[in-house]
Design a binder for this molecule. Structure first.
Ligand code: GDP
Ligand code: MG
Length: 177
């Protein structure tokens, strides 16, 4: 099924953005391989992973890009954003600074890419309720202001990971069909 089945084929580029260590790489590995790495290092070395999702009976391929540590140097390149039609903009609910960075990431996304992008604000690490620094309400209202989908996730215990990616992929599909 690598080559589809002769019908329409969809390939959507989706980018993960957000500060270092918010859990981008683990969200991707949870979604694509159902794996979590407690000791994950900044560089995993994988540019993107392709995941097949079925929407309305159609096979949709999502090519999901991970920054592989570039965010440390504020050096996410323009080729990273090029052609993206979806984005998960991720912060860590236990570190307010990562939430404060969201506007900068949104701005960068807008500057680097002029097409319609399905955007989801993701508050990751919701398993760490006891050390939460950003309330669910704050996440919700930022998302409303900026016109984004919103979801709190945990790559550790799998909460909403599948759902977050699938909502973005479905929205992209809706945007083009
Ligand atoms: P990235 O730099 O944004 O790619 O972040 P990573 O995926 O490398 O994760 C950074 C650290 O946070 C690692 O130690 C992960 O194990 C941890 N982490 C990632 N997601 C979660 C989560 O949902 N819950 C908890 N408790 N830890 C997480
Ligand atoms: Mg990473």
């Amino acid at each position: 099924d690598e080559n589809g089945e002769g019908g329409e084929e969809y390939l959507f580029k989706v980018v993960l953005i957000g500060d270092s260590a918010v859990g981008k790489s683990n969200l991707l590995s949870r979604f694509a391989r159902n794996e979590f790495d407690a000791n994950s290092k900044a560089t995993i070395g994988v540019e993107f992973q392709t995941q097949v999702v079925e929407i309305d009976g159609k096979e949709v391929k999502a090519q999901i890009w991970d920054t592989a540590g570039q965010e440390r140097f504020r050096a996410v390149t323009s080729s990273y954003y090029r052609g993206a039609v979806g984005a998960l903009v991720v912060y860590d609910i236990t570190r307010r600074g990562t939430f404060d960075s969201i506007n900068r990431w949104l701005q960068e996304l807008t500057t680097q890419n002029d097409s319609t992008i399905a955007r989801m604000l993701v508050g990751n690490k919701c398993d760490l309720e006891n050390i939460r620094e950003v309330s669910t309400e704050e996440g919700k209202s930022l998302a409303e202001e900026e016109g984004l989908f919103f979801m709190e996730t945990s790559a550790l215990d799998s909460t909403n990971v599948q759902t977050a990616f699938e909502i973005v992929i479905r929205e992209i599909y809706n945007n083009i069909s």
